[in-house]
Design a protein around this ligand. Structure first.
Ligand code: UN1
Length: 508
């Protein structure tokens, strides 16, 4: 039988239809969407023009003016319904993530679960947007702070978590009384169109929710810049490369708005003499090879103590040599494709650079067996490094794990902290002194520090983000919501006198 012309494109069209959206088939669109599973062209998508983007921001601004007046627990009810919608559509949306990004099935589903989790979190939060009261120094005065909605939250997201990142921002923004304008990665407009359709469905049947509460703009840098530069957008939450964040952060700061930046990671784990090596092996494998090495929390550097190096690293090499790579829709491979050809050439370049500085590369290279030739599948690479140099200092978005032998905990910690990025880190140790030092003020300098776990796969309950070139922003749980609101300090004089603070006298 003749091969089917567009099997994945047809499936994507059907999936989008199930969300109430249409596959935007535009012959002329400049955003070319291919499935990394096969390289098949799914569709060309038309970019939003700068004028259309400004109009979308206008609608989002109007929506904010109405939404901020809706009581926060009611806003939480909207997010509860969004969570229900996501629960009902988990399988279909997870599958669309797999088709558009190449994640394995359980990670595609996991991404949608992460969306559901943050919705649940935000529902509770909608009744806990707590301010404070302080004791005033003046008689018959009270002093307090309260949190008010901020305005439009601009969300710029990356391809690797094409829908979850929106939800970490949007679920909080909605309960905080904000509206959202979302510019997803130009590599993943289809999952964004699906989620936008689900959000619109919920908004349409919620009486107090204004049209324009959730808005989508599509395209690359030009359209992103409109969002970044618009005075009506007080909060811009951007996930992506450090190079992108450096531009976004400066432009947002130039107009005194707030940027929440989640940028590059170069995450490390330290394996100490007392480590449970079986546990470490499993944790390292998922952290380094999961999502084909394309998480910002992916484990990229491993420091192994001399005393356990020969017990661990040969086993790790075996795992690397035997891990299954393939199309996640056609089997149970643990490693799917890279997002595109540029990611593949980036990986090849990093491996060549590693060899130049004395690295010994195990694995790597294109994997072609049993997969469509248009997909960029690779063997994950383990690279034994003589020193922390060359590509080890950069984030390469691919499954490369650099391994180094270390002779002490202090040496490992210095190496771990000795890179420009500061997202995630972990230690494998059963020695309380080591683990406690790792978590102390003089330990890991990262936003995330784990014990006896890998660097990736954070739960939404904690604040997510990192230091240094990772950008400093925090999203998701804990008190990350505060970045989505404006703080107001309020003093009230309920007496008849007019005392001044600090005892100042000004008698007229
Ligand atoms: C990202 O890669 O952009 O901790 C975020 C994790 C996920 C989030 C990753 N919960 O790996």
């Amino acid at each position: 039988a003749a091969p089917v012309a567009h099997p994945l494109a047809d499936e994507v069209a059907a999936l989008l239809e199930s969300f109430g959206a249409e596959l935007p088939r535009q012959a002329e669109g400049s955003c070319i969407v291919r499935s990394p599973l096969t390289g098949e062209l799914i569709v060309r998508v038309q970019e939003t023009s700068p004028d259309e983007a400004r109009a979308a921001i206008g609608r989002a601004h109007d929506a904010f003016l109405a939404w901020r007046q809706v009581p926060a627990p009611r806003r939480g009810e909207l997010v509860r319904l969004l969570g229900e919608e996501l629960r009902a559509n988990k399988a279909a949306l997870g599958r669309l993530v797999t088709i558009e990004v190449g994640k394995i099935v359980s990670e595609g589903l996991g991404e949608v679960q992460e969306m559901i989790d943050i919705c649940d979190f935000a529902v509770g939060l909608s009744r806990q947007l707590y301010g404070l009261t302080m004791g005033s120094e003046r008689a018959d005065h009270s002093l307090m702070e309260q949190w008010h909605p901020a305005g439009i939250v601009g969300v710029i997201s990356a391809f690797n978590f094409p829908v979850a990142v929106w939800s970490w921002n949007a679920a909080l923004a909605f309960v905080c009384g904000d509206s959202v304008v979302w510019k997803p990665s130009e590599k993943t407009p289809l999952t964004a169109i699906a989620v936008q359709a689900l959000a619109e469905r919920v908004i349409a049947r919620f009486p107090e929710a204004p049209e324009g509460l959730s808005t989508l703009i599509l395209g690359g840098r030009d359209v992103g810049e409109v969002l970044v530069d618009d005075q009506r957008v007080p909060v811009v939450s951007a996930t992506g490369s450090t190079a992108m964040g450096r531009v976004v952060g400066q432009r947002v700061a130039a107009r005194f708005a707030r940027a929440i930046l989640e940028l590059g990671g170069n995450n490390a784990s330290i394996v100490c003499p007392s480590a449970d090596l079986d546990l470490a092996l499993c944790a390292i494998a998922f952290a380094a090879m999961g999502t084909a090495g394309q998480r910002c929390t992916t484990l990229r550097r491993l420091f192994v103590h001399d005393s356990v190096y020969d017990a661990l690293v040969p086993r790790l090499k075996q795992v690397y040599a035997s891990v299954s790579v393939g199309n996640p829709l056609e089997g149970d491979a643990l490693v799917g494709p890279l997002i595109d050809e540029a990611a593949y050439t980036g990986m090849e370049r990093a491996l060549a650079e590693a060899r130049e500085v004395g690295g010994i590369v195990h694995g790597g290279g294109r994997h072609t067996h049993g997969v469509a030739p248009g997909g960029f599948y690779v063997r994950p690479a383990l690279v034994e490094m003589p020193a922390q140099v060359g590509p080890m200092l950069h984030e390469t978005f691919a499954p490369i794990l650099y391994v180094m032998r270390v002779r002490s905990f202090d040496e490992a910690l210095d190496l771990q902290n000795g890179v420009p990025q500061g997202l995630s880190s972990s230690i494998f140790s059963n020695d309380m002194r080591e683990t406690s030092r790792f978590l102390s003020a003089t330990g890991s300098d990262c936003g995330i520090a784990n014990v006896n776990m890998g660097s990736s796969g954070a739960e939404i309950g904690g604040a997510f983000g990192g230091e240094k070139e990772t950008g400093g922003g925090r999203e998701s749980g804990s008190d990350a919501w505060k970045a989505y609101m404006r703080r107001q300090t309020t003093a009230i004089n309920y007496g008849r006198a007019m005392p001044l603070a600090q005892g100042v006298k000004f008698e007229i």
